[in-house]
Design a protein around this ligand. Structure first.
Ligand SMILES: [Fe+2]
Ligand SMILES: [Fe+2]
Length: 378
């Protein structure tokens, strides 16, 4: 035969009068609860430390600490604040009862008491206590479940975006291998670097840093709408082809916007992704450097885009070393690029991620013409 262990509620009784403790203990034990009688607050504290009670019956007038003060202590302690406290006292005035409730008690029984009344009140408050406890546990479990599901959704979102970015990369020239991974890593790095400067510490939050790492991968998503013969053309693009190529910014914006076509509006992540996709080829000196005209995420991804293209090979150039690429970027500070970003990029040189292509141009005196940088900004 199997016996199911039933947890008995334990009732802490605090009263300096022994006869009261005996009477109350009897009532409580007869009902099947565990009675834990103590004669002072000092012993009550030890009993609470040893095992948390399910409910506390507390006398008001006691020699050392009175019941009101102890009740306040119990309500301040995170371990005991939800344990119901019932005052049981010879004080009969309304003011005394009100004071008891103000201290956080759930009930006030006056002596002499009816045994049955004490029992009924204990049962009622214990029932409510267990209901609230179960509700709290259920809520905790629900919160864990919801956060796990949110985490899963987030992982799926990142996977989807990574797939989309890879799809674009696969259609692009083979030299742009790892392009989106590098841009994601470097954009995150620049954002982190900026967030440590007084000018940007309030602008760039942890959320911004997490989002830009993911959103940066989408920057060229509009290339899905560009014909392969333009994307894969070896050498410089003609003006018509260049127009088609640069159309990927607007096409990309439409793609990202369509991701929010579920009636819920554009969330903060999609807003950042749209800004990046639309403006990542904009120049700093084209005017308008406010958030709306040339948003910071687009400026960050734009500079990382050029840096990655400079360090990758093209039909008309070898890959540049980090040093040579940064030299070209520095020459465009305040022209093509935001000077703050150039500055932070130079400071983070060692941490910038590049794909090893071999046979780099590492000549410090190497001059990289502006048309070449512009061409690389595909
Ligand atoms: Fe790109
Ligand atoms: Fe692009």
């Amino acid at each position: 035969m199997e016996f199911k262990r039933v947890e008995k509620d334990n009732v802490l009784l605090i009263d300096d009068v022994t006869s009261n403790l005996i009477t109350l203990s009897e009532i409580i034990r007869n009902e099947g609860y565990i009675a834990r009688p103590v004669k002072s607050v000092e012993y009550a504290m030890k009993a609470v430390d040893a095992e948390l009670p399910s409910i506390i019956l507390l006398d008001v007038t006691m020699p050392d600490m009175n019941g009101y003060d102890y009740c306040r202590i119990l309500k301040k302690d995170i371990r005991t604040r939800n344990i119901p406290v019932i005052f049981i006292s010879g004080l009969t005035g309304a003011k005394d009862r009100i004071r008891g409730f103000e201290c956080g008690a759930v009930d006030f029984i006056t002596k002499p008491f009816e045994n049955m009344e004490v029992l009924m009140r204990i049962n009622t408050h214990l029932k409510e206590y267990h209901m609230q406890k179960n509700l709290y546990i259920r809520n905790q479990k629900l919160n864990i479940l919801v956060s796990k599901q949110l985490q899963q959704l987030e992982t799926e979102r990142i996977n989807l975006i990574t797939c989309l970015a890879k799809l674009c990369e696969d259609r692009d020239i083979p030299e742009s291998y790892h392009h989106s991974d590098n841009i994601a890593a470097n954009s995150k790095l620049i954002a982190m670097g900026l967030s440590l400067t007084p000018k940007y510490e309030k602008v760039i939050t942890n959320n911004f840093i997490d989002m830009i790492e993911i959103a940066a991968r989408l920057h060229d998503v509009g290339k899905l709408a560009v014909p392969e013969k333009v994307i894969l053309k070896k050498g410089r693009l003609g003006s018509k082809e260049a127009d088609i190529m640069y159309g990927h910014c607007e096409e990309g914006r439409k793609i990202v916007e369509s991701l929010s076509d579920n009636g819920s509006g554009i969330n903060i992540f999609l807003r950042m992704a749209m800004d990046i996709v639309k403006y990542h080829h904009k120049r700093w000196d084209e005017g308008g450097h406010t958030r709306k005209e040339f948003p910071l995420p687009a400026r960050i991804v734009g500079i990382c885009d050029v840096f990655d293209s400079l360090t990758a090979p093209r039909i008309y150039k070898k890959p540049y070393s980090k040093k040579a690429a940064l030299k070209a970027i520095k020459a465009q500070s305040g022209r093509m690029f935001d000077p703050d970003l150039v500055d932070i990029m130079l400071r983070l040189e060692r941490r910038l991620v590049v794909t090893e292509h071999g046979m780099e141009v590492d000549d410090d005196d190497e001059y990289i013409p502006e048309w070449q940088i512009t061409d690389l900004r595909r």
